[in-house]
Write a protein that binds this ligand. Structure first.
Ligand SMILES: Nc1ncnc2c1ncn2[C@@H]1O[C@H](COP(=O)(O)OP(=O)(O)OP(=O)(O)O)[C@@H](O)[C@H]1O
Length: 576
């Protein structure tokens, strides 16, 4: 129950309980010297109440003091291991769990979310939560347990003095908890401003080339400047308002000490309290106020963290795409039966029916925005169709676990994503189990081997963030090598729109020919002359299948395909 409430993993909850125990131990180890100090003070004050100082006893107190210092050191070491170390381990574990969750979410989720917000979820929210629950919360629980114990002892010792010391405590907590919803509202605004400034900074840095090229530095910088200033304003507000509630609660709490002095002096002068008891209350009381003040500051922090916790819970509650991971596909023709789909309310695929035969090349063509890429995304189950049925072999795509489905599909995207790693590892992403010989064979078939060997460290050369040190054609060929290495029965190929120089283009065509041999291929074709040889051409217009057939048939029909083909042929003759 508590584990669920605190949103902790099994290991995190075990660490949490150990951390609470460790904190109680540390607090007790800090309380013990106070007791010894009281004994010392009582001994030293003896001459004032008609007694004599027992020096042997004072020496034994000094010995006990030394033992306690060693015990405090050990208790602190134990606490360190249980809270700090456990907190970092749990934070790493939680981040991996979030990354795993993000991997399994449908792409529709990413359509609605900003990347900066997800990064914040992954990094900052996890840190906040783990810091609070593996670190702050145990300290808080440990402090509360210790204070409760000391309070009981003080009540037994002298309940009137104890009442005076803790008299203002309810009012302090009332201020702290009564202002909770206001604190939360301010915290939420602060989080929103933090996200906005992170988003603006990221956009500014990512778009720096365009900003420079178009002289947008003033305009773009203004929005970044505004976001950062707003963040500063919200941070000051948070500190000022939330801080003032916490400080007020602490000040009111400390009035208790004044009350205790008044009550103590009054009772002392009436002979109803002895001096030693009075001093004990003043010393223990100040110690307790320090712990209570820490608790109140911690509550302020915890209220703020609850915002991160809610964001994390919302992320974890996102429905995942379900499916059977045990389905073994044996046939690979693809069939769309009256499929409709929209990324939002507007349908971009409308009532589309067609069959893509196994082992053949099918080209999807149509004007820009007609839905070609969307069809490929539906085949790969990046999204689920809204109506109708999409099948591979004799299985509905919806029934198949998305990751399992992708093990049958190799995708070559137009916008190639490369990682800041070696060329070798970038190719091996296609099949992490493949050995060196297979990686090199795939690179050869994808016409990459030559340029890779000319690089300074060959296959072990680092290629920079998103392969920034490579040309467009080289990036394309690396992505083809990945797909070749995957050796999947279905290939989805999004043809590059950027025009390549003739040598690059010829090499890419050879790489593609190697990739598609004997497989079920769906090519999103932008240059129609490259699809003239396809086994089947499906022509889309505004999400509907308007024509279907081979090149010659479609040219004869003289419809949309023939028109698009002629326009492209004419544009080939254009010159600047
Ligand atoms: N992630 C998305 N969220 C919302 N709408 C989208 C998204 N992706 C595409 N669309 C819209 O869906 C429609 C079809 O887009 P799609 O990318 O499938 O067309 P396309 O034929 O591949 O275009 P192009 O040839 O220009 O790449 C377009 O109107 C596009 O604006």
């Amino acid at each position: 129950m508590l584990q669920k409430l605190l949103f902790l993993s099994d290991q995190g909850y075990r660490d949490f309980k150990a951390a609470v125990r460790a904190n109680v131990l540390v607090n007790l180890s800090f309380m013990a010297p106070i007791i010894v100090m009281n004994l010392v003070i009582m001994e030293i004050l003896k001459p004032f109440v008609g007694g004599a100082v027992d020096y042997a006893r004072l020496w034994s107190y000094a010995g006990i003091g030394l033992v306690l210092v060693i015990a405090m050191y050990c208790a602190n070491r134990y606490e360190y291991g249980k809270t700090y170390v456990a907190a970092y381990a749990a934070a790493a574990e939680k981040r991996i769990a979030v990354a795993e969750q993000l991997r399994r979410l449908p792409l529709s989720f990413f359509n609605q979310k900003d990347l900066t917000e997800l990064t914040t979820n992954l990094m900052a929210d996890c840190t906040n939560i783990e810091h609070t629950f593996s670190h702050l919360f145990p300290q808080l629980a440990g402090n509360i347990i210790t204070i409760a114990g000391v309070t009981v002892l003080l009540c037994l010792y002298d309940w009137q003095m104890a009442l005076a010391i803790f008299g203002t405590l309810p009012l302090s907590f009332l201020i702290l908890f009564g202002s909770r919803s206001l604190q939360r509202r301010i915290g939420e605004r602060h989080v929103a401003a933090k996200l906005k400034s992170a988003e603006q900074s990221q956009e500014y840095l990512e778009g720096i080339k365009v900003i420079k090229a178009f002289g947008l530095s003033g305009e773009k910088f203004t929005s970044l400047d505004r976001a950062l200033r707003d963040f500063m304003k919200q941070s000051i507000r948070l500190e000022a308002i939330v801080g003032s509630f916490v400080v007020s609660a602490i000040v009111i709490l400390r009035f208790g000490l004044t009350a205790a002095i008044f009550v103590g002096v009054h009772r002392l002068s009436g002979g109803r309290l002895d001096l030693v008891k009075f001093v004990v209350f003043l010393i223990v009381g100040s110690g307790i106020y320090t712990s209570l003040s820490t608790i109140m500051t911690m509550f302020g922090e915890i209220f703020y963290t609850l915002i991160s916790l809610d964001r994390m819970k919302a992320l974890q509650a996102q429905p995942l795409m379900e499916g059977d991971a045990g389905i073994a596909l044996e046939r690979f023709h693809i069939a769309f039966d009256r499929v409709s789909f929209g990324y939002n309310q507007d349908e971009v695929i409308r009532d589309a029916s067609f069959t893509i035969p196994q082992g053949k090349v099918t080209a999807l063509v149509g004007p820009s925005g007609s839905g070609k890429s969307t069809v490929a995304r539906l085949v790969a189950r990046f999204w689920d169709v809204s109506r109708g049925g999409a099948r591979i072999g004799d299985r509905n795509i919806r029934e198949i676990d998305p990751e399992h489905l992708l093990s049958y599909i190799a995708i070559v995207f137009q916008d190639v994503v490369l990682f800041n790693d070696t060329v070798y590892n970038n190719i091996r992403i296609g099949n992490p189990d493949a050995g060196e010989d297979r990686v090199i064979a795939a690179a050869r078939m994808a016409q990459c081997d030559g340029f890779i060997r000319r690089m300074p460290q060959g296959y072990q050369t680092l290629i920079g963030e998103n392969g920034c040190t490579l040309s467009g054609g080289e990036r394309q060929r690396i992505s083809i090598a990945r797909a070749l290495l995957k050796n999947a029965p279905i290939v989805l190929l999004d043809e590059a729109t950027a025009s390549l120089d003739p040598e690059n283009e010829a090499e890419i065509q050879t790489a593609i020919s190697n990739l598609i041999k004997g497989r079920t291929v769906v090519v999103i074709a932008h240059r129609l002359r490259t699809v003239a040889a396809a086994d089947q051409i499906i022509v889309l217009d505004r999400g509907q299948v308007v024509e279907q057939g081979r090149h010659a048939e479609l040219m004869e029909r003289d419809g949309l395909y023939a028109r698009l083909y002629r326009i492209q042929q004419e544009s080939l003759g254009w010159a600047i």
